[in-house]
Design a protein around this ligand. Structure first.
Ligand code: SF4
Length: 117
């Protein structure tokens, strides 16, 4: 039995995951999103990665970025190392792909914009 807190909405339901051989039973969820979260978390935990990258000639020194899909938790450290080496030139707009395929088909995208100075 494993206890989890659902992070899919502010209700933060306490979830209980019970495994029997190859079956998983979820309790404590108040909606189907909690069940999906607990199932995913039990089998293959994933997260959206957010960070900042350096801007070389923009009106801001750094730019917030995120992965455009969840990535395996075990890959996050490697992704953050890649992100720490990225520098971009302005201008950048929200949604621009900063790094294509940073992990298993997932792209790193800008979540803010910066203008050239
Ligand atoms: S189970 Fe549903 S209601 Fe509960 S925290 Fe998760 S998303 Fe929110």
């Amino acid at each position: 039995m494993t206890e989890l807190v659902c992070i899919k909405c502010p209700m933060s339901c306490k979830l209980i995951v019970k495994s029997f051989q190859d079956q998983i039973k979820i309790e404590g969820n108040n909606c189907v999103r909690g069940e999906h979260f607990a199932r995913q978390e039990s089998i293959e935990p994933k997260r959206i990665v957010t960070s900042l990258i350096k801007v070389l000639d923009g009106d801001k020194p750094v730019l917030p970025v995120k992965t455009n899909a969840p990535v395996l938790k075990e890959n996050i450290k490697t992704i953050l190392i890649k992100i720490s080496k990225i520098e971009v030139n302005a201008p950048v707009n929200i949604g621009d792909i900063i790094f294509k395929d940073i992990d298993d088909g997932v792209d790193l995208v800008a979540t803010s914009k910066t203008q050239k100075i």
